[in-house]
Design a protein around this ligand. Structure first.
Ligand code: NAP
Length: 531
């Protein structure tokens, strides 16, 4: 998508003294307690967390006495209030009489609400009913929710015009992402809109709408107090918005980086890069990108705003095809794990995966053999068994071969093992072969499949009985840090190298390519030690 850097930014931010804030997009915490007391406790937590306002979801209250309860909430709430009384027919919990529901919203407005939310379906009538009576400070948000899909750009434009025509002070629409590219149409609306717009895309594929709205001029985003306690699918926590994504520091010129994968939510990369961007004062944000189709993703997000990408399971091989240029190593491996957009807009792909893993394995071997008498790489002449023939498997097989090892590749799909073995000059095995494969002692083993990764932490790719033939075992999986494979390898007397080493190693390389700055290695290690 093409965007203008002079994005129209929403007005109405409240700058707290001493707080560095580069965008006016507000953070609103949804408050969904079932009693007024519980709600007030949560409004206090929202303020302490750094929220700008709270959305009081009146439809969550049990035993609601409108006059008394609204007065209490408005009087004691430490933040500006947005009152929403969402009916069942728009995705909320209220099932009662419509007139009573709208009377409550009118009452909230009269009693001092800062914002009220009215559904598009009833907004025209509602806004006519309050004409001339609306207190100056109260703003009416007219909202529309689509739980099925995200309509076309034209339909979204028409929707905004329809909402505006009801007399809304603020336009709000929430759609559902069936694909991450749906979000681009929503950014197009916020960035060009002449009126304040809250535009969010629900679901995991819509997550970037909730973060990058600060860059693309959204009026407000929602951040929850607790993970999983959401008022709409896909809401991040306010902690993640502020601490993980550095939300306050995002602006029109912020460059977007991210990890492309499926699944991708488990990746720790955003923690690492955003922490490093913050410490270096680099104007960038690194996000999770749940991508189904890499080619479609790059066709859609084609502007220089989307500057650099890490690429993980299962897209590393497809990524080779979409790059305009691929470096020699990535070409030989047949997998790209890092993509940069050059100043001419073209995509350049490379592979930084194997560097960290191979050097950590070499260090592990040197440590085991006390470094004595080793000339050149300690991998030279060793039998190196790679489990897996995907992106990481190819990288490890290529790296080991480069260092002079003899390589064997075992894979679930034997044909893929054979294909890779033929390219790098190795032997091919099935996974079943592995348990009887021990032609010599002192072999090196590298698991590059996702076997043993959370949540299936009890799985392992090889029987413990044969681990005694290996002097060192590496596992690319790094969630958990110590996999069943590594635990059993250690019990069998092998040295072990965790996937964290590979992760940190490839991240150093990518960070330097993304930012042109030296990677803060100590910070990377410290950050990862906490996870
Ligand atoms: P990929 O290209 O999709 O390849 C996946 C490989 O795993 C294929 O060989 C596949 O076999 C095999 N596989 C998947 N599920 C399996 C199962 N249930 N049983 C047996 N084999 C299975 O993925 P990738 O990018 O190489 O990543 C693979 C793993 O390495 C992931 O867990 C990823 O998180 C990890 N990784 C870690 C780092 C790091 O920095 N530590 C870096 C890159 C990757 P088939 O060919 O039969 O499908």
């Amino acid at each position: 998508m093409e965007t203008t850097t002079g994005a129209l930014l929403a007005s109405g931010s409240k700058m707290t003294s001493g707080e560095m804030r580069w965008n006016p997009t507000l953070i609103c915490v949804p408050i969904m307690g079932d009693s007024v007391g519980e709600m007030l406790v949560d409004t206090g937590k929202a303020k302490a967390s750094g929220a700008d306002l709270v959305e009081i979801r009146l439809d969550c209250l049990k035993n609601f006495s409108p006059h008394e309860d609204l007065k209490t909430i408005i009087k004691h709430c430490p933040l500006p209030t947005l009152f929403t009384y969402r009916p069942k027919w728009e995705g909320g919990q209220y099932e009662g009489d419509e007139k009573e529901r709208l009377d409550v919203l009118r009452l909230a407005m009269e009693l001092g609400a800062d914002y009220i939310d009215v559904e598009l379906q009833v907004a025209l009538e509602f806004n006519n009913s309050i004409r001339g009576k609306k207190p100056e400070k109260c703003r009416v948000i007219v909202s529309s929710h689509n739980y099925q899909c995200t309509p076309s750009a034209e339909d979204l434009g028409n929707l905004v015009a329809t909402i505006q025509a009801t007399g809304a002070d603020i336009v709000k629409f929430a759609t559902t992402a069936l694909d991450i590219t749906d979000v681009a149409r929503v950014f197009q609306i916020t960035v060009h809109s002449q009126v304040p717009v809250i535009a969010l895309v629900m679901g995991e594929r819509g997550l970037i709408s909730r973060i990058l709205c600060a860059k693309f001029g959204g009026y407000l985003t929602f951040g929850t107090l607790e993970s999983g306690i959401v008022s709409a699918p896909g809401q991040p926590t306010i902690r993640d918005l502020l601490d993980l994504y550095n939300f306050r520091q995002l602006g029109p010129d912020t460059k977007v980086f991210g990890i492309i994968g499926k699944p991708v939510g488990h990746s720790k990369s955003p923690i690492l890069y955003n922490e490093a961007f913050k410490s270096a004062g680099f104007d960038g944000v690194y996000v999770h990108l749940l991508v189904d189709d890499v080619a479609k993703f790059f066709q859609t997000y084609s502007s220089s705003d989307f500057a650099g990408f890490s690429c993980t399971i299962p897209h590393k091989e497809a990524a080779v095809k979409i790059c305009n240029e691929v470096d020699q190593v990535a070409k030989s491996i047949g997998a790209v794990n890092c993509i940069m957009r050059r100043s001419d807009g073209e995509l350049f792909g490379c592979n930084t995966d194997y560097v960290g893993a191979i050097s950590a394995i070499e260090d592990g071997l040197r440590g085991r053999e006390n470094g004595s008498g080793i000339v050149g790489s300690p991998l030279s002449g060793k039998l190196f068994v790679v489990i897996g023939a995907g992106g990481a498997g190819k990288a490890l097989a290529y790296g080991a071969k480069e260092k002079g090892a003899r390589v064997a590749i075992a894979n679930r799909t034997y044909e893929r093992a054979k294909e890779l073995a033929d390219i790098v000059g190795a032997d091919a095995l099935t996974l079943a072969d592995l348990n009887n494969f021990h032609p010599e002692d002192g072999m090196i083993l590298a698991n590059t499949t996702s076997i043993g990764m959370q949540p299936k932490v009890d799985e392992t790719p090889i029987s413990k009985d044969v681990l005694k033939y290996y002097s060192l075992v590496f596992d690319a999986v790094y969630t958990p840090k110590v996999t069943r494979l590594l635990r059993e390898a250690e019990e069998s007397g092998a040295s072990t190298v965790s996937g964290l080493e590979m992760f940190i190693g490839q991240a150093y390389e990518q960070y330097e390519r993304f930012t042109g700055l030296p990677a803060p290695k100590e910070l990377f290690r410290k950050t990862m030690a906490n996870y």
